[in-house]
Design a protein around this ligand. Structure first.
Ligand code: HEM
Length: 402
């Protein structure tokens, strides 16, 4: 990891950035440039875990932390949502996590992805576009992006479209369980009761689908316990839908607002995968992951005590000028190199290939089926906003009706 001057102390900062509407990139850029790029958050402003809390801003330090699961544990992820989600792979370390991940990873194999592309992902986005194509105008967040990844995940799990809204409501109540514990617990149980018949049907007779893979997965004679299985199923919507829905809004914002970009992509569709990757770097929908220090340690030469919570800023790493020249600019022709949007190390996003495919397919269908797509001149332009989760709240557009 990078080192700071001898004896550097993490500065304390008053981190008053609004969770829903904040613009954190300028603050992160200042921190990356400071002698100690690791700042301690003033307890009054972000002591949500009741312990010292640090921001990690540079690429090198973010990467080092995410690849050192012994010194920087994921167990912190269990503290707030763990009791509602059940056994949560995001909160596990070491051998326990590896065994769990080996069991579920098979369900995301390449042949499943190919099958979902034709049978689920394209039909889902097509159906959503059918509803707006004749209208000539729409809010793409309300009509398309907020529904598309949710419906894809419901399809993957085997939840019928008619129940998708209910399924999403439970997922939200589980996710916000710390704010309303009785509702969070009730939703966790309701989701399990709802899924149980689907699980039992696959147990009795596997159909080759995602749920069958999960139920029958076996590694070294081990299978997923029910607690782990339902814990995983409860994680899928928050992990895979919230994230991808905002990423799609960010990509559309780039296409609609970066001068000349829409024309270039319309003229050369082969640019689309590079636009997806640059969007993920430029405005990641999830800007941070959490870890806890298991011992007294140093990050970039700055001391961090055992028990401290680390806000590992993947969004800031993606803008580190030591790795990306002119990082605020959207440039799909940058030389290809990994970004930090899906994390790295043992918890690297399990759904990243699915997310990329949904973005590529979804944007392609939108460009094909909404000719003349442009911002609505009578509506406010889109703004990508938020601290931990970023995306536009609305995307008002016009297009040629068909
Ligand atoms: C643009 C969309 C997405 C983003 C930005 C994203 C981001 C991330 C990140 C940063 C992590 C690592 C968390 C950590 O290290 O603590 C992660 C893990 C994970 N993601 Fe994603 N994700 C996306 C889409 C998806 C999708 C579509 C799915 C599945 C349907 C998914 C499932 C998961 C799972 C299961 C994990 C936990 C992996 C583990 O603990 O080993 N994600 N994701």
């Amino acid at each position: 990891m990078a080192t700071a001057a001898d004896g550097a102390q993490a500065p304390k900062i008053d981190y008053q950035i609004d969770f829903f509407t904040g613009q954190p990139y300028p603050v992160w850029a200042d921190l990356r440039r400071s002698a100690c790029p690791v700042a301690e958050v003033d307890g009054q402003t972000m002591g949500v875990f009741g312990r010292p809390s640090f921001l990690v801003t540079r690429w090198e330090d973010v990467e080092g932390i995410l690849r050192d699961g012994e010194t920087f544990s994921s167990s912190i992820n269990a503290e707030h949502i763990g009791q509602f989600m059940g056994e949560l792979m995001l909160a596990m370390d070491g051998k326990e996590h590896r065994a769990y991940r080996n069991l579920v990873a098979h369900a995301f194999r390449a042949s499943q992805l190919e099958q979902w592309d034709d049978t689920l992902v394209r039909p889902t986005i097509d159906r959503l576009i059918d509803a707006i194509a004749p209208l000539g105008r729409a809010d793409l967040v309300a009509s398309v992006t907020s529904q598309y990844p949710v419906q894809v995940i419901c399809g993957i799990v085997g939840v019928p479209l008619d129940d998708a809204v209910q399924f999403q409501r439970w997922a939200e109540q589980i996710n916000t369980g710390p704010l309303d514990p009785p509702a969070g617990m009730a939703a966790a149980q309701a989701m399990r009761d709802y899924l149980a018949p689907l699980v039992e049907a696959r147990r009795a007779e596997p159909t080759g689908d995602f749920l069958s893979d999960l139920v029958h997965a076996e590694v070294d004679g081990e299978r997923l316990t029910d607690e782990k299985l339902y814990g995983f199923l409860r994680l899928l919507l928050p992990a895979g839908a919230e994230t991808t829905f905002r990423a799609m809004g960010n990509a559309l914002t780039a296409l609609l607002t970066v001068p000349g970009l829409m024309e270039r992509v319309q003229a050369d569709r082969d640019l689309l995968p590079a636009v997806v990757e640059e969007t993920l770097r430029w405005e990641t929908s999830v800007t941070q992951v959490s870890r806890v220090a298991t011992r007294d340690t140093e990050i970039a030469g700055c001391p961090v005590p055992a028990g401290a919570v680390l806000n590992v800023l993947t969004g800031s790493a993606n803008h580190d000028e030591a790795r990306y020249p002119d990082p605020e600019a959207f440039d799909p022709t940058r030389p290809p190199q990994n970004h930090m949007t899906f994390g790295t190390g043992q918890h690297q996003c399990l759904g990243m290939h699915l997310a990329r495919m949904e973005l590529r397919v979804g944007l392609g269908v939108i460009l094909d089926r909404l000719p003349g797509l442009r911002l609505d001149p009578d509506a406010p332009p889109p703004v990508i906003e938020g601290l931990a989760f970023r995306g536009p709240n609305a995307l008002h557009v016009r297009f040629d009706p068909s």
